[in-house]
Design a protein around this ligand. Structure first.
Ligand code: MG
Length: 387
């Protein structure tokens, strides 16, 4: 596949309503798409970066700068060294540095090259096949999970209503956001309304271990009776020894999310005993192929894992649905329908009724973004491969 151009598009999407977390509120959801144009096929990739970033992820503007500058140039240079041919998807991530913007840019470009390879018929036509997902009799359907934020008015009834909407939208697992002072009440309210629901709580690093009178272990052990599948990122991401100490004191498994910024961090966390469950986000880890390696590391260590989301459009979410069929993903991923959180979803996503979703069968990762949606793209940048 000879590289002809790399194009970037930015869509200024919004969430249907504000999503509160312990680390701040999400409102708008601008999305960057990368289009890799080759002589054999066109491939699309979606950038995971959020408008304002997170504690460990760069904001979209920083990743856009990478994509439009050094990242695109590196792909062009690599192609030139191959007589103009795009490097294989499996080699794209290694072209980029391990900085957070570098990893997110790598993930978007790798996704686009994978998509082009699938469409060009160089590999299995579906992403699930390319990732080595074992064939399943039910078309490879994977269970669907959804996320519910902290309501602005802090009413337990509001969380129960949001969980009801998620369940009626097809979710068989719900993870609710918590923070110190907003934990026991919402968890117990949801549990009372849904005694059998697969339920998780996500603290986004907001508790502290050993704070006088406000100790994370004491506060969070109050949730032990609620039958949570896990408590996600209870402490700040960097301190793996503290997370390991906390996990020894809790009856509920500890899940890590923001701590897992690279495959190396995943293996460090598993080895430290800090991670019984992993929320693996391909965009943060540097791509779908890195996430595949990370789920294998979790599986080898006997830890659970699920595919985590960043309010993707139907494009990246379709990629995640395919990825989620790998056997290391033991819990339902963030695979709910984008129509449930985006004001306008530019890429079709399969129905999530019945608690599961059938990954897109190809060719490619998902249908390309709707031309009408791209016509309104706020900014497009073209990097010609010949330059
Ligand atoms: Mg999280």
């Amino acid at each position: 596949m000879k590289l002809e151009a790399i194009e970037l598009y930015r869509l200024d999407l919004a969430l249907q309503g504000p999503v509160g977390t312990a680390a701040g509120e999400h409102r708008r959801r601008p999305v960057a798409f990368v289009k890799v144009v080759t002589d054999a096929a066109v491939g699309w990739g979606e950038c995971a970066a959020l408008s304002g970033g997170t504690a460990v992820d760069p904001p979209l503007a920083a990743v856009w700068e990478q994509l439009a500058g050094p990242a695109a140039r590196r792909l062009v240079t690599s192609a030139r060294a191959r007589g103009g041919h795009v490097p294989p998807a499996a080699q794209v991530a290694r072209l980029f540095d391990a900085s957070p913007p570098g990893r997110m840019a790598a993930a978007a470009l790798e996704m686009a090259v994978l998509d082009a390879e699938l469409r060009a018929g160089r590999a299995t036509a579906s992403l699930a096949g390319r990732l080595g997902v074992p064939p399943a009799g039910d078309g490879g359907r994977v269970p669907v999970g959804a996320m519910v934020g902290i309501p602005a008015d802090r009413r337990a009834e509001a969380v129960v209503e949001a969980v009801a909407a998620a369940v009626s939208g097809g979710a068989v697992r719900v993870r609710i956001k918590i923070e110190p002072g907003w934990d026991v009440v919402p968890v117990r309210a949801v549990r009372a309304a849904y005694p059998d629901l697969l339920l998780q709580a996500d603290a986004n690093g907001s508790y502290r271990l050993g704070s006088e009178g406000d100790d994370a272990a004491e506060r969070l052990s109050a949730l032990d009776g609620a039958g949570l599948a896990c408590i996600e990122q209870p402490l700040p991401p960097a301190d793996l020894p503290a997370l390991a100490r906390l996990s020894r004191r809790l009856g509920t498994p500890v899940c890590l999310d923001e701590s897992l910024t690279s495959l190396r961090r995943v293996t460090d966390a598993l080895r430290a005993g800090a991670c019984q469950v992993a929320c693996l986000k391909p965009g943060r880890l540097g791509g779908l192929l890195a996430a595949r390696r990370a789920q294998q590391a979790c599986r080898d260590a006997g830890a659970g894992a699920f595919v985590g989301g960043f309010f993707e459009t139907g494009f990246a979410r379709s990629a995640h649905a395919a990825l989620a069929g790998l056997p290391g993903f033991t819990l339902p991923g963030d695979l709910s329908h984008p129509d449930g959180y985006l004001d306008a979803n530019p890429v079709a996503y399969p129905p999530t009724a019945g608690g599961s979703v059938r990954p897109y069968g190809g060719p490619g990762i998902a249908p390309p973004p709707a031309p009408g949606a791209l016509a309104g793209a706020g900014a497009a940048v073209v990097v010609p491969a010949g330059r």
